[in-house]
Design a protein around this ligand. Structure first.
Ligand SMILES: NC(=O)c1ccc[n+]([C@@H]2O[C@H](COP(=O)([O-])OP(=O)(O)OC[C@H]3O[C@@H](n4cnc5c(N)ncnc54)[C@H](OP(=O)(O)O)[C@@H]3O)[C@@H](O)[C@H]2O)c1
Length: 338
């Protein structure tokens, strides 16, 4: 078992080696939201290079839903063939440092930090141990833990692709799924780089997408952007609801297409398009770095990025929150107050 797996593996509270207990949402089988159960488990013990964080808030993201359901099936090859090896989901957190390992240099007890667990998960809990040099930073000033917790998932995903696309001021950027966690982050990050941003969303999300800075909004229930005669330097499709060949019609000759929600077939198409035309298609799984969390903190404090939070549930209602997120219509993000 790797240390990453240990971090989120369910240790029953009657384990004789336990120091203290905490509440956590545990799942021991793949399936519907009901597999998520609130339990008492052993509190993690930070290693020498780790901090122990008392989590104040986490979030339910589309990625958590995919892992809970093992969808796509390939999830099982990484996270456990017949049942999950990691028993506590949750990839984002905001909270207060309760203890630090002896090698921890920069972070001290009482610091308020937010971040991403990378592939360790384990944030659906009262406490988590994370390495000091993990994807975390001091919480942005002026926002709550609940707001901070919903920043890293969409923010890091959108930034991973946007920095690869090297967006320049004045470029025309189209964001499909502009009301989702990744899309709302993409709108704001592209704007922060000086792009002219058009967001594609449904009627009820027009005001939201305008409020986060989109210069133009296309209501996909009334207008098909592939038929409006416009071309864009960058198309960021965060939801994968339109075929690559159709949206390609709206990409400029040397444009970049970001397919952050691509499945295997879109990845193969993307590879082919990049290899055979002047256009570039970006797909794949994102990477994580503390620098990305620090950038998001700086943007929030500079007033260039705001957390988009639709609603909040308590930890005990995790299954209800998952059922809502699974519908695929959330506006920005769903937080969990721990
Ligand atoms: N590559 C990676 O490493 C990576 C990382 C993170 C996430 N992802 C993937 O990215 C995808 C999106 O994640 P997310 O968390 O942003 O999802 P989300 O928050 O659930 O966003 C879905 C949003 O898209 C809107 N939408 C639905 N159909 C649409 C359409 N046809 N056109 C425009 N907007 C539409 C929905 O609102 P309405 O229904 O009201 O329109 C909703 O606001 C997921 O599949 C996730 O697995 C990939």
């Amino acid at each position: 078992m790797t240390s990453a797996q240990e971090a989120s593996t369910f240790v029953p509270s009657n384990n004789q080696n336990k120091l203290k207990e905490m509440k956590a949402t545990v799942y021991t089988q793949y399936g519907s939201p009901d597999v998520l159960q609130l339990k008492e488990v052993a509190m993690p013990v930070p290693k020498d290079n780790e901090i122990l964080l008392q989590i104040k808030a986490t979030a339910v993201n589309s990625g958590d839903v995919r892992l809970r359901k093992a969808d796509p099936f390939a999830v099982r090859f990484i996270f456990g063939l017949t049942k999950p090896r990691l028993n506590i989901l949750g990839s984002v957190f905001s909270g207060e440092v309760e203890r630090v390992g002896i090698q921890v240099k920069q972070i001290k007890v009482g610091d308020q930090v937010f971040g991403h667990t990378d592939m360790r998960f384990g944030a659906y809990a009262e406490y988590i141990a994370v390495p000091e040099d993990g994807s975390l930073a001091l919480k942005p000033a002026g926002i709550s833990h609940t707001e901070a917790a919903v920043i890293p998932f969409g923010g890091v995903t959108a930034w991973h692709f946007i920095k690869k696309a090297a967006i320049k001021p004045g470029q025309k950027v189209l964001v499909v799924g502009a009301s989702g966690a990744v899309g709302s982050a993409a709108v704001q990050l592209a704007k922060s780089l000086g792009a002219h941003v058009t967001g594609v969303c449904s009627t009820s999300n027009i005001d939201l997408v305008k409020s986060i800075g989109a210069d133009e909004v296309i209501d996909y229930t009334k207008e098909d952007f592939t038929r409006n005669g416009q071309t864009y330097d960058v198309i960021f499709d965060s939801v994968n609801t339109i075929s690559v060949s159709r949206s390609l019609k709206s990409l400029s000759k040397k444009g970049v297409m970001i397919l952050s929600a691509a499945g295997m077939s879109e990845m193969l198409q993307g590879f082919w398009i990049s290899a055979t035309s002047g256009r570039k298609v970006l797909t794949g799984v994102i990477s994580h770095a503390a620098a990305d969390i620090r950038l998001l903190k700086d943007l929030v404090e500079a007033g260039k990025y705001m957390p988009v939070l639709e609603r909040t549930y308590p930890l005990a209602q995790m299954a209800v929150a998952h059922a809502y997120v699974e519908k695929g219509h959330k506006k920005g993000n769903i937080a969990i107050e721990v």
